[in-house]
Design a protein around this ligand. Sequence first.
Ligand code: URP
Ligand code: ZN
Ligand code: ZN
Length: 465
Amino acid sequence: MKFDTVIKNGTVLTATDTYAADVGIAGGVISAIAAALPAESAGKLIDATGCYVMPGGIDVHTHLDMPFGGTTSADDFESGTIAAAFGGTTTLIDFAIQYKGQTLRTAFDTWMKKADGKAATDYAFHCIITDLPDARLEEMGALVKDGVTSFKLFMAYPGVFMLDDASIFKAMSQASRHGGLICMHAENGGAIDVIVQRALAEGKKAPKYHALTRPTTAEAEATGRAIALAEMAGAPVYIVHLSCNDALEKVREARDRGLPAYAETCPQYLFLSLENFDTPGGFDGAKYVFTPPLREKWHQEKLWQGLAKDDLQMVSTDHCPFCFKEQKELGKDDFTKIPNGGPGIEHRLSLVYSGGVHGGRFSPNRFVQIVSTAPAKLFGLYPRKGAVAVGSDADLVVFDPRKEEIISAKTHHMRVDYSMFEGIRVTGAPRAVLSRGRAVVANNQFVGRAGAGQFLRRNTYSGLS
Ligand code: URP
Ligand code: ZN
Ligand code: ZN
């Protein structure tokens, strides 16, 4: 048998197994996995000695080229997918936004154009729904048929993205009828807005007040309400960017009752805390203005334990980068004007491996489940993605569990002038990254091609098993 590429001498790492094997790739897919494949059979040879060969990471929560807060997120589909690839993520699910008065189709078409010819790796879309008259409800099924099988709804940002409970309930019923999954931004936006107005009236305008005006109770209340609405609708629900123990308890209770409730957290909630706002001058804290906000430090260990025990199913980044200069600075005199979001697409695998596996909290297999296999299964991409198996796309990462790096804006590839994780030392990082059999990162260089990424039509929801 002839292969385009053979990855030799590595340890195959999946969500369930760890074993020594060579991996043969032909026509962009994995075509053989065997104890030893002959070197002569390979057009190209990659030596993975001392490394894991794992499925490419899947980040189900990114915002590339997204207009928000009076500006646009700093990474587009080219710079964003390249930065993701440097970190071992080979598939993104981004968000196509339906603005008020628009059809869902307009949102999908707009974001397809943004990605076309730019994405270096494969991508898919969720659709954010901000306006839901009956005609739009009807459209949800058509989008599911086109492979957009999940929808994000907001319980926060009144007047911008927020939907009322009746609309949320209708959307959940409709999504589940068509095999779609609702992703929920769960924060009580009404209560938060009142707290924010009070803070502004008291002259509290520094970045840290973004965090101090969004209590954990507001996230927990909305998380519980989202789960209750989904239960009444007979629908599954996925809570995005869960940041605190109060909300985690709601998800755990629901899962203990056997409900199809799922949740992600993000690296920023695992590694950063309110202490990050204690910076000289105060405005540096704008780097950490995203929603939900940073919490007290003790929540971090609760989230790690949630990942270890499967109360949380995955880690995504909520990558929504804004430069400190000129973008975050829009809110110099008023935290409500700081565009909400932070950059993280590049360091998800290293941070989760470092804190999770190197930190002794869970196994390497659980790591693969969290960053690749669970996202692929829940969002209708498995087994094409998220697996090291014959017939799966050869989206593969040669991951060195001993490679040490210090995260810094000086060396990262995201198009943003700061890092949320500046100075954090990680153990475990990619050595080589392949997308459908093509090398995209090798020897710390991008060797892929912008535009080579393909849109992925996803399957309908079928749970996580
Ligand atoms: O602050 C954030 N998270 N910005 C992106 C939009 C969202 O709510 O996910
Ligand atoms: Zn959100
Ligand atoms: Zn987001």
